[in-house]
Write a protein that binds this ligand. Structure first.
Ligand code: COA
Ligand code: AMP
Length: 629
């Protein structure tokens, strides 16, 4: 079938199109209502279907003869450990883990926070929560205690599942002190915590609240799957926006299962039984969708990798895993490929491995820059496919649909809209712009299955953040254009979101931390282009009058504050003290102008600027610090 036929079907008869995709899954009761529209023009998919996502991802496969097939491969170069779970084994341990949670009082609709490293227990925990019809909220292990505390207060979990530590290349990161501190900071207190003890750091447990995972699990009885409605939430995943407070994206069970199952063949062209590897972390949306749910819903074998693309032990790590397990489709972020290219420019390590089973490489998290894409394609001899998506959508908005009709690849473009997504480029008044002209990338409502239709605990926030700017559309927060052939080019965020090594953070949130330093009068945190990580934050700071701290001392203290409050993944690298910031006459900092100056782009000084003389002053200081040429 041609891409255009498939896409047109999804646009002309969305309900018929998605009803057909829903038939690929085993429901307890097939939905009668495919799409239920709400007052905003958005909707719930499969709202009255009865189902359980963990059942569809595990029990269903065991029932239909996949019990002995590998479901999950764990590969941890940082602990020198490997493990394998068949579908039958994974189903069994998930059922017992669900029993363990039920024993702690977790029932349908309760929230469970999962703050864990990349070990099989993290995946098991997610599926066990889903089995009970409860709602998980995974918090990336690289986040510091205050970030975890924010999420605890928002999600109000009954139970928190964690591990004693995560393992980074050069250090063991003890999670338990971070968890304890977060609970101390949070107003909401979970009833119980279950800690998976790893030998690299044994955590002390708090009597009455904390339980040791393995011994509690040993006493637990397996439980069955609790039926939920298609519109019941499967999970909440927090993501950064323009404000300091992360938003809880709510993912509903029905649409999520249908969209992910469809995507496995349509986008990734994998079949049940194939090995599929998304080298990410379960703390991010890529991990949710394509380490856990997508591959398992489709009957594939997924890989849980606890390591890095380089350093564990070298830049051949990605290729070693692909060769060892016969990975058919690999998916990771451009920053990982750039790191590999930097360490192994001739791809000598890649050539040591038999990559004959690897058919295709997918990239997302940020735009795949053309030189990296070309290096990867030339050296691997495989098609390299960029695809664009967001935590909010849960799956790709634009892609090159390998299982429908592979299209010619255009460097810098993530190809065409995925069926279900009506992608438009609009100006700030909501009018379509001509082909080739940049504008706001907007998605016409209703969004297809799996996309968010609410923000946890705040009905207005979804409307205010995403719908009110361009009525009738979801505003993606990204800017870009569509060329004459219909290819979409995503050029970057139009808001204050920064993308550091494929990790989405908010410059506003970093600013809030920098601004709390006693010597800082005001600051602007600007995303600065970085060859390896895509972007890194740069702190531009104005000192309080009378403050005498040196730039070097301030920088050291700010690094510590940012790490302690947000996490090391922020990669806060540079601080420059400025005499003043550029402001409009109404006192707003001209962040866009600063962004362009810092990144060597052409800029026009806004007519609303209070004092144009500030610009040459700033340029002089940035030049003297070698921040700009
Ligand atoms: N728990 C605790 N700390 C973590 C962490 C975790 N789960 N993940 C990262 N960190 C820490 C790191 O230890 C590092 O700390 P340091 O400054 O003390 O060394 C810091 O956060 C930055 O980590 P990272 O971005 O991983 O940088 P790196 O220099 O260690 O590695 C890359 C560079 C390119 C190899 C790495 O960024 C990478 O693998 N990126 C791919 C990211 C990815 O897969 N994104 C998926 C989105 S689809
Ligand atoms: P996250 O919600 O963490 O997945 O981050 C989503 C953001 O990452 C998007 O809004 C984009 O800014 C960026 N992004 C992700 N994938 C791509 C891509 N393939 N091309 C361009 N930008 C991307």
């Amino acid at each position: 079938m041609s891409y255009q036929t498939e896409y047109d079907r999804s646009m002309n008869d969305p309900e018929g199109f998605w009803r057909k995709q829903a038939e690929a899954l085993e429901w307890f009761r097939f939905p009668q209502h495919i799409l239920t529209r709400d007052g905003d023009g958005n909707g719930h998919w499969f709202a009255d279907g009865e189902m359980n996502t963990a059942y569809m991802a595990l029990d269903h496969h065991v029932k239909h003869g996949r019990g002995d097939q590998l479901a999950l491969i764990y590969d941890s170069p940082v602990t020198n450990t490997k493990a394998r779970y068949t579908y039958a084994e994974l189903t069994d341990v998930v059922a017992r883990t669900a029993g363990m949670l039920a024993g702690l009082g977790v029932v349908k609709g309760d929230r469970v926070i999962i703050y864990m490293p990349m070990i099989p227990e993290a995946v098991i925990a997610m599926l066990a929560v889903a089995r009970l019809g409860a709602i998980h909220s995974v918090v990336f292990g690289g986040f510091a205690a205050p970030e975890l505390a924010l999420r605890i207060d928002d999600a109000k979990p009954k139970v928190i599942l964690s591990a004693s530590c995560g393992i980074e290349v050069k250090r063991v990161v003890e999670y338990k002190p971070l968890l304890d501190r977060a609970i101390e900071l949070a107003a909401h207190k979970p009833r119980s915590c279950v800690i998976y003890q790893r030998p690299q750091a044994i955590a002390p447990l708090l009597a009455g609240r904390d339980h040791e995972w393995t011994s509690l699990l040993a006493q637990a009885k397996p439980v069955g799957c609790t039926p939920v409605q298609g519109s019941d939430p499967l999970y909440i995943l927090y993501t950064s926006g323009t404000t300091g407070k992360p938003k809880g994206v709510v993912r509903e069970n029905g649409g999520h299962a249908v969209a992910l199952k469809y995507s496995m063949k349509a986008i990734y062209n994998v079949d049940p039984g194939d090995v599929y590897w998304a080298s990410s972390d379960v703390g991010w949306v890529v991990g949710h969708s394509y380490i856990v749910y997508g591959p398992l819903l489709h009957g594939c074998t997924t890989v849980v990798y606890e390591g890095k693309p380089i350093m564990t032990p070298d830049a051949g790590a990605l290729w070693r895993v692909c060769a060892e397990y016969g990975v058919k489709a690999l998916f990771t972020a451009p920053t990982a490929f750039r790191a590999v290219k930097k360490e192994d420019p001739q791809a000598l390590l890649m050539k040591q491995y038999d990559l004959s089973k690897l058919q295709i490489i997918f990239s997302a998290g940020e735009r795949l820059d053309a030189p990296t894409g070309a290096w990867l394609a030339d050296n691997s001899g495989k098609p390299v496919v960029d695809h664009w998506w967001q935590t909010e959508t849960g799956w790709a908005i634009t892609a090159n649909l390998q299982g429908v009709e592979p299209m010619p690849i255009k460097p810098g473009s993530s190809t065409m809209p995925v069926p279900g997504f009506n992608v438009q480029i609009l100006d700030e008044n909501g009018h379509p712009v001509p082909r080739g002209t940049q504008g706001f990338i907007a998605l016409k409502l209703p969004l297809p299955p799996a996309c968010l239709n609410r923000v946890w605990g705040d009905d207005n926030k979804f409307r205010d953040t995403y719908l009110s700017f361009l009525p009738g559309y979801y505003a993606s927060g990204d800017g870009g254009y569509i060329d004459d052939d219909g290819y979409v080019f995503v050029m970057g965020r139009v808001d204050d979101v920064i993308n550091v090594a494929g990790h989405r953070l908010s410059t506003g949130e970093i600013e809030e931390v920098v601004a709390t330093h006693p010597a800082v009068a005001e600051c602007a945190v600007i995303a600065r282009d970085d060859e390896l990580k895509g972007q890194v934050p740069l702190g531009l700071v104005v000192l309080k009058s009378g403050a005498t701290i040196s730039e070097a001392d301030l920088h050291r203290e700010l690094i510590a504050r940012v790490r302690e409050n947000i996490g090391a993944i922020t990669c806060y690298k540079d601080t420059v003290i400025l005499p003043r910031l550029p402001k409009t006459r109404s006192g707003k900092t001209l962040r866009k102008t600063l962004y362009k100056i810092v990144n060597g782009q052409e800029y026009v000084v806004a007519s609303t600027i209070d004092d144009p003389g500030v610009i040459p002053e700033i340029i002089d200081v940035l030049r003297s610090r070698k921040m700009i040429a």
